[in-house]
Every structure is written in C-alpha cells, then in structure tokens.
Ligand binder design. Structure first.
Ligand SMILES: Cc1cc2nc3c(=O)[nH]c(=O)nc-3n(C[C@H](O)[C@H](O)[C@H](O)COP(=O)(O)O)c2cc1C
Length: 191
C-alpha cells in the first residue's frame, strides 16, 4: 500500500456552482500535501469507483435541491449500496459540503443526509471546525464559514449569478479549509 494520502471528492453539480467548491476542496487537499481525486457522480457509468475505493477519505458534495441532495447525487448514493453490502468504504474518513441559492435554503438537511450516508458505510465523519466569524455585531459577512455551519462546509450562490462569481470567495475558502482539514486527518488516520 502506498504511503501517499489520497482524498477523493465525490460531487454532483447541475450548473457548475458546486463544482467550483469541489475544486476548492481539492486545492485544500493538495495544499495539505495529499493527493486529490475529483469524481463527478453525474453519470454513474463514468464514476471512478476505483478512485473512490483507493482513497483514504471521501468528501461528498451536492447542491441542495428541494431541501435535500440532488437527484443525481441520490442515484449515486443508491448505487453505492453494492459497496455498502461489502462495507467496502468502512473506516475511511468522510466529510461533506453543499451549496444553494438561499442563505439557509435547508442546506443542513443535505449535510445531515451526507453524514448519515457516511455512517451507513461505516465511515468516520470529519466536521468543519472553522469558527463562525459572522455571528456578532463585529462579524463580517465575507468571513470564513460566514453561514455558521459545523457539520460540513456550506456555500451560497445567488440564483441569478454564474459560477464565475457565485459562490463568493469566502465560501470557496471555507471549502478549501474543509479539504485541508480532511487531508490532515487522513494523514493521522493512516499512521
Ligand atoms: C431543482 C432545484 C431545486 C433547488 N432547491 C433549492 C433549495 O431547496 N434551497 C435553495 O436554497 N436553493 C435551491 N436551489 C438552488 C440551487 O441550490 C443553486 O442554484 C445552486 O447554486 C445550484 O448548484 P449547482 O450549480 O452546482 O447545481 C434549487 C435549484 C434547483 C435546480
């Protein structure tokens, strides 16, 4: 087995906003000295299942659609039941991120879904652990973790803006922090 720590990012993005976050998570992983493998789950036939099997950690990312993970991401979750049956992802680390148009938009439900999904697979959930810099009169809406999420990384993309500008930089930086945290945890976990 290679000593190199590998972190996969399994994501769906209908219109590109969540994909930008997946790339930010990957940058965080790489900055922390691990190998990032981004895996789009939009087309089940094209999913890099070997890359997921080989990873020390998998970070799941989905836009929030109708208050939950997107349809294609749920299709991926259901397809992973074959792996679940053999507990193929057991003892890997897991984490999650989501993005939606509203500040809340019921994104917490998506992260809860992702964490339960990871638990069903016997994975160990890593939280965000970035202090909320936007919860007082001294706060800053451009701060890291401006939405104040602890379970995973949340981002907000204005519905009338493309992925070139939305989500804003602070949300991309928050996603990057999640990638770095998971990579660091995976290094410790692998020892
Ligand atoms: C079918 C559908 C359902 C949506 N439901 C929600 C929702 O429940 N809450 C919310 O805040 N935004 C919702 N949105 C907005 C998306 O979450 C938002 O546009 C997001 O940036 C899309 O990410 P993507 O470009 O990666 O697909 C919805 C969008 C679509 C297309």
């Amino acid at each position: 087995m290679s000593d190199q720590v590998k972190v996969a990012i399994a994501y769906h993005s209908g219109y590109g906003h969540t994909e930008v976050l997946a790339q930010a998570v990957a940058a965080g992983v790489e900055n922390a000295g691990a190998v990032a493998i981004t895996v789009s789950v939009a087309d089940l036939d094209a999913v890099n299942w070997e890359g997921l099997a080989d990873a020390d950690a998998i970070i799941f990312g989905s836009p929030t659609y109708m208050g939950s993970v997107s349809g294609p991401f749920k299709t991926f979750m259901d397809a992973s039941s074959k792996i679940w049956a053999e507990q193929g992802w057991k003892d890997k680390l897991a984490a999650g991120f989501t993005n939606s148009a509203s500040l809340s938009g019921d994104k917490l439900n998506t992260l809860i879904q992702l964490s339960i999904f990871a638990a069903q697979h016997g994975m160990n959930w890593i939280n965000l652990a970035v202090a909320n810099g936007n919860n007082s009169s001294q706060g800053n809406p451009q701060s890291l973790n401006r939405i104040g999420s602890y379970l995973g990384a949340m981002a907000q993309s204005n519905a009338d803006e493309g992925s070139d500008v939305a989500p804003p930089q602070c949300d991309r930086d928050t996603a990057q922090a999640l990638g770095a945290r998971v990579a660091a945890a995976a290094k410790r976990w692998k020892q």
